[in-house]
Design a binder for this molecule. Sequence first.
Ligand code: GLV
Ligand code: GLV
Length: 326
Amino acid sequence: MKPYVFITRKIPEQLLTELYEMAEVKMWEHEDVPVPNNILKEELERADAVFSLVSDPIGSEQLSNCPNLKVIANMAVGYDNIDVRLATSKGIVVGHTPDVLTDTTADLTFALLLATARRIPEAASYVKNDEWSQWSPYLLAGTDVHHKTIGIVGMGRIGEAVARRAKGFDMNILYHNRSRKAVAEQEIGAQYCTFEELLKQSDYVVCLAPLTPETKEIFNAKAFQQMKDSAIFINASRGGLVNESDLEEALKNGVIKGAGLDVFAKEPIRVNHPLVQLPNVVAIPHIGSATVETRDAMVKMTVQNIVRSLKGEQPIAAVNLKELGV
Ligand code: GLV
Ligand code: GLV
């Protein structure tokens, strides 16, 4: 009997050929709507593999009855939507998609930084809304990026790729990470410092650390108070690293100058979200790795993670292989 694979969202069929050849595949048929929890649970009772997205929570409830499940392949580099410890205890491989999205996500992070600093969304609306009746010297004047200090919190692959972009803008580069990064220090000239020192010195504080129990809400009132009042905060990692009501207060009261946010504590957000209402916030809908090329590459890698795991081979990238002894 062929293994059974459940895909939690509509994915382009032409990228799934290899999966169709080796497995019985069922796909949640909507592109824009996540699979409802009850259907996900029902499918997991039968599935040998699941192709999941960041919008699918897979925790103790979803994993309570999954006798055949061998692999959860998340189409993302982040995997905080999955209870990895529980999956590991059940012998389930947790795959993800690092590397293929590094440069694409770094491009978006830097674009968001530039857009926030130079007020590009506001300026574009200004023209589209036909408000440009006069030019004036300080019209939509923003803040310089070049030669300023960027502080990168989370110097993984994406953090390092952002640092390389910052170097091209002649920025002074600080970083904070659990471990020191020799390559970033020697080749890019990034300087390691404590979280507090980074907050104090940076003009742009860029969050790229994964969400873990240790990083949850590290950007809180205390952190914002340590930043310069001219600082711009950029988040392209996970909303859970930020206490959003503290950020809102900081932005309202001039504790920091602005924020560019690709991610939020609870997604999607709507226009009535307090952060979206603020004039000094650029909010975008979790599109860090969203280019057609990279999304295709992520799908292919997710498919390979499933195919290889089901064949008993090493997946391309999984987060718990060592723990599983694979
Ligand atoms: C997206 O947020 C990812 O983790 O790839
Ligand atoms: C995080 O996982 C990264 O790739 O930077």
